[in-house]
Design a protein around this ligand. Structure first.
Ligand code: TPP
Length: 549
């Protein structure tokens, strides 16, 4: 006989869980008690949104579900911020929620929420377990659902009395990963379409990639001389210094790359969904009928033909597809190879930071320094804000598992993601980028970094405004500023108050020594950059945007 709490932990162990992220609650004490005797490492967080984002980052970097535990009602609603990210980003995650006891259900008891309705549209599957003997079945199924087809978040609600009940239950078995591979006929057709093309381009996106898959797609790019673009915030899928790399297909895309996609006669879309952001609001590829021949590879049949009608649909995970297609030989010297080289040259030019701009701090020069200072395997995380442009456009990603950023554009992601990334890869450098607005959404997880001795460096780009929104505001309603000014704490003092290391950068030349001191401190650190709000984009000032000059 075992308690529901013990059965939950056993099922997690059977599915290879090494760590969970949580905020405790009285609703799931029986699980916490079972964790006491388990080798699973528990990371206790400061807010459930942060805990869920940490679980998302773990799922994003490993392909295995990140695990998060929260309490009912406010715990669950806080966690929903991370669940929405995992859903839009196709990241495997399992959220466990302590639920009110069965006798109290449907009375709007203390903190009672109907999770099927609450998470209905933002989770892949929601289930409440009423009978503890079915825990092994449901938890193992949750792992399968979260990881197969298009990965996503699963929510499991755990009534309190179910967790304390003692039952006999079958031993939990590990889930069986489900692979979807392309057929030879589809590969033949793709080969024929590529051979007939004059200006093809490939765009990589989505999840279900790994280190090997990135190598395989590199071989494909080389064999076919294909230019490769990475979808919005999926930049770790291709080495930016490889001669076939054409740039990131995201917000503020290089106009030369946008033109190449529009003028391509064949787009090979591997793993991505080409959503509103990467498609420049469905203009690079027109929905539902693209001008280009579209070959769409996706692990979920439901995504094929959902937004774009493909000429050829291949229902396969990116990893399985590139493994199979890497065996095919491309033409010796295709006519488009010249275009591929031109696109890479255009990328190199586009990703060279500006050396001047308004104010005493030049973000361009700081990015140039970081490009030299950071090792190839450094992990960069961020949330949303104009500051992120500096990372996306000027950091040259080299390897898989070096980027964690929400394609859903959620603020507040960078700091908790960095905590999870550092816990996962303690020997690698982990740098979170945040705006002043972005950091204070989940900045309290800096305390988690201190508690677990995870020396991340958070670069807070402080311009004293919710910059992105101010930019839109000045463009649409010039000089009518509402709700975009911020009065901030001293971030370096804040870092020290948490027990970390703090630095303030007021001039460009302060950055390198401040960053090196942060590195040498061995502590979680905040390096605050005081940026002139005029430096709102790498090329345009706030005044120019307001004056349309
Ligand atoms: C959770 C969330 N709330 C609100 C927004 C809308 N939003 C997008 S960017 C932004 C401002 C970001 O400000 P900051 O982090 O200071 O960066 P900056 O743009 O100034 O560089 C806001 C409010 C969002 N994307 N996510």
């Amino acid at each position: 006989m075992k308690t529901g709490g013990q059965l939950i932990v056993e099922a997690l162990e059977a599915n290879d869980t090494d760590r969970i992220f949580c905020v405790p609650g009285e609703s799931y004490l029986a699980v916490l008690d079972a964790l006491h005797d388990s080798p699973i490492r528990t990371i206790v967080c400061r807010q459930e949104g942060g805990a869920a984002m940490m679980a998302d980052c773990q799922g994003r970097l490993t392909g295995k579900p990140g695990i998060c535990f929260v309490t009912r009602g406010p715990g669950a609603t806080n966690a929903s911020a991370g669940i929405h990210i995992a859903m839009q980003d196709s990241v495997p995650l399992i959220l466990f929620i302590g639920q009110v006891a069965s006798h109290a259900k449907e009375r709007e008891a203390f903190q009672e929420v109907d999770y099927k309705r609450f998470f209905g549209d933002i989770a892949k599957w929601v289930v409440e377990i009423d009978d503890a003997s079915r825990i092994p079945e449901f938890v193992t199924r949750a792992f399968a659902v979260a990881t197969s087809g298009r990965p996503g978040p699963v929510v499991i609600s755990l009534p309190e009395d179910m967790l304390t009940s003692e039952v006999e239950a079958p031993t939990a078995l590990a889930h069986t990963p489900v692979e979807t591979s392309p057929g030879e006929a589809e590969l033949d057709r793709l080969e024929a379409l590529l051979n007939a093309a004059k200006r093809p381009i490939a765009i990589l996106g989505g999840t279900r990639w790994d280190f090997q898959a990135v190598q395989d797609v590199t071989r494909i790019a080389e064999a076919w001389s294909l230019p490769i673009g990475c979808s919005f915030r999926r930049q770790m899928l291709f080495d930016h210094l490889h001669p076939n790399y054409a740039g990131d297909v995201g917000i503020g895309i290089n106009p030369k790359l946008a033109a190449a996609i529009k003028q391509a006669d064949l787009v090979l879309l591997i793993g991505g969904r080409m959503g509103e952001m990467p498609s420049s609001d469905y203009t690079l590829l027109k929905s539902p009928y693209p001008d280009q021949t579209l070959v769409h590879v996706h692990a979920d049949a439901g995504e094929l033909g959902r937004v774009y009608r493909p000429t050829l649909a291949i229902n396969a995970s990116p990893a399985a597809f590139v493994r199979a297609f890497a065996r095919r030989r491309g033409p010796a010297a295709p006519g488009w190879a010249v275009e591929t080289a031109k696109l890479h040259a255009a990328y190199l030019e586009w990703s060279t930071p500006p050396q001047t701009g308004p104010g005493a701090v030049q973000m361009g020069l700081i990015m140039t320094y970081l490009e030299k200072a950071l090792p190839e395997d450094a992990i960069l995380t961020n949330g949303a804000g104009n500051y992120a442009t500096w990372v996306h456009r000027f950091h040259r990603f080299r390897r898989f598992a070096t980027q964690a950023a929400p394609t859903s554009g959620s603020m507040g992601y960078g700091t908790p993601a960095a905590v999870a990334a550092k816990a996962l890869y303690p020997d690698r450098e982990v740098i979170a980028f945040a705006g002043d607005g972005c950091f204070l959404m989940n900045g309290q997880e800096f305390a988690t970094a201190v508690q677990y001795d995870l020396p991340i460096i958070v670069v807070v780009v402080n311009n004293g405004i919710y910059g992105t929104i101010r930019m839109h505001q000045e463009r649409e309603y010039p000089s009518r500023v509402v709700a975009t000014d911020l009065k901030n704490p001293d971030f370096a003092t804040l870092a020290r108050a948490y027990g970390g290391h703090g630095e303030t950068v007021e001039k460009t030349e302060d950055f390198a020594p401040a960053f090196e001191r942060a590195r040498a401190s061995g502590k979680p650190a905040i390096v605050e950059i005081r940026l002139d709000p005029e430096a709102i984009t790498p090329t345009r000032t706030l005044t120019q945007i307001r004056d349309k000059s």
